[in-house]
Design a binder for this molecule. Structure first.
Ligand code: CP
Length: 329
């Protein structure tokens, strides 16, 4: 498996092979969350409904008491790792964190051996973040416990898309016809991919905006109806939700991006936000780089849903873990 191999020329072939791999895995792991494409419409609605219940009603019992969840993180994370951990503990499960830099992964242990080791110790579910696209699917094929994708390379970040979708639905009656503008480093963004797949499926009109180096034309093929615009100022008046993305310096490998030009053309400033409809909402999956993709005035404005996204992440991940382990809240 190559690092971050999904986008550009080989995207369709790799998408197909990952999709068929995930479908095979899904038959053994109907409780896994590998990607948005593997979720049925009923799964999506039930996860969002359950998340809503978790937001409204406090947890009275511990439906996952006695269950063990391993958090296997090969890449750094604050929001995803902590919210899965908080979600698990709030449902009564115990958690253990395995990070690449402080485990036998550093000594060369393979992904499958690491997963099998955790399962042999009694892990009932593995939540995995990995720099390679398809890593959760590989684990799902080899293990007989549910696997939850917490972000795999440039492929997908399904729990993020679900929490983004949930957050938007708290502000809008319907997602049908919602104009979602995703801005910035689409090329490297698993968040952009998962959101485009999920929200276009639910009826939103998805537009990607960014420079060619970070947004190849092939991005239009991610989901039906997705379109590409280069001019941020022209895209803004047509946006109901503006989702800013971080420029992923750790994945740029050879791409020459001028920070000055990026800020000039794609930074969301108060002046630019004024071009959008008055009710347009600002989102960012985090981590934000203030002064790069958006200014602090915008990040901290009343239009920004950034902390709501984080808060909703715990409820959505409770729903994902409950589904994975078959518990009843
Ligand atoms: N949005 C997100 O995945 O953030 P973390 O990298 O902090 O988990």
């Amino acid at each position: 498996m190559t690092r971050g191999a999904i986008p550009q020329a080989s995207s369709k072939i790799q998408s197909r092979s990952i999709r068929s791999a995930s479908l095979r895995a899904f038959s053994h792991h109907s409780r896994s969350l590998l990607d948005i494409e593997s979720l049925s419409d009923a799964d999506i609605h039930s996860l969002l409904k359950e998340a809503g219940r978790f937001r409204r009603v406090s947890i009275q019992k511990a439906p996952l008491k006695g269950r063990h969840i391993a958090l296997l993180f090969y890449e750094s994370s604050t929001r995803t790792r902590c919210s899965f951990e908080l979600a698990a503990k709030s449902l009564g499960a115990s958690t253990t964190l395995v990070s690449a830099s402080a485990s036998s992964i550093e000594k060369g242990e393979s992904l499958v051996d690491t997963g099998a080791t955790l399962a042999a110790m009694g892990a009932d579910c593995i939540v995995i973040r990995h720099p390679s696209s398809g890593a959760p699917h590989v684990l799902a094929r080899h293990l007989r416990i549910p696997i939850v994708n917490a972000g795999d390379g440039m492929h997908e970040h399904p729990s993020q898309a679900l929490l983004d979708c949930y957050t938007i639905s708290e502000h809008r009656q319907s997602l049908k016809g919602l104009r979602l503008l995703l801005v910035g480093d689409i090329y490297h963004s698993r968040v952009a991919r998962s959101n485009a797949l999920l929200l276009s499926r639910l009826g939103a009109q998805v537009t990607f905006c960014g420079p060619p180096a970070l947004l190849p034309e092939v991005a239009e093929t991610i989901a039906p109806g997705v379109r590409v615009m280069r001019d941020f100022d022209r895209a803004l008046p047509q946006a109901d939700v503006i989702m800013m993305l971080r420029v992923q310096k750790e994945r740029l490998a050879g791409l020459q991006i001028s920070a000055d030009e990026y800020v000039r053309d794609y930074q969301l400033t108060p002046e630019r936000l004024a071009l959008a409809p008055a009710k347009a909402l600002v989102m960012h999956p985090g981590p934000m780089v203030r002064g790069m993709e958006l200014t602090s005035e915008v990040a901290d404005s009343a239009r920004s849903l950034v902390l709501e996204q984080v808060r909703n992440g715990v409820a959505v991940r409770r729903a994902i873990l409950l589904r994975a382990l078959g518990g009843r809240a």
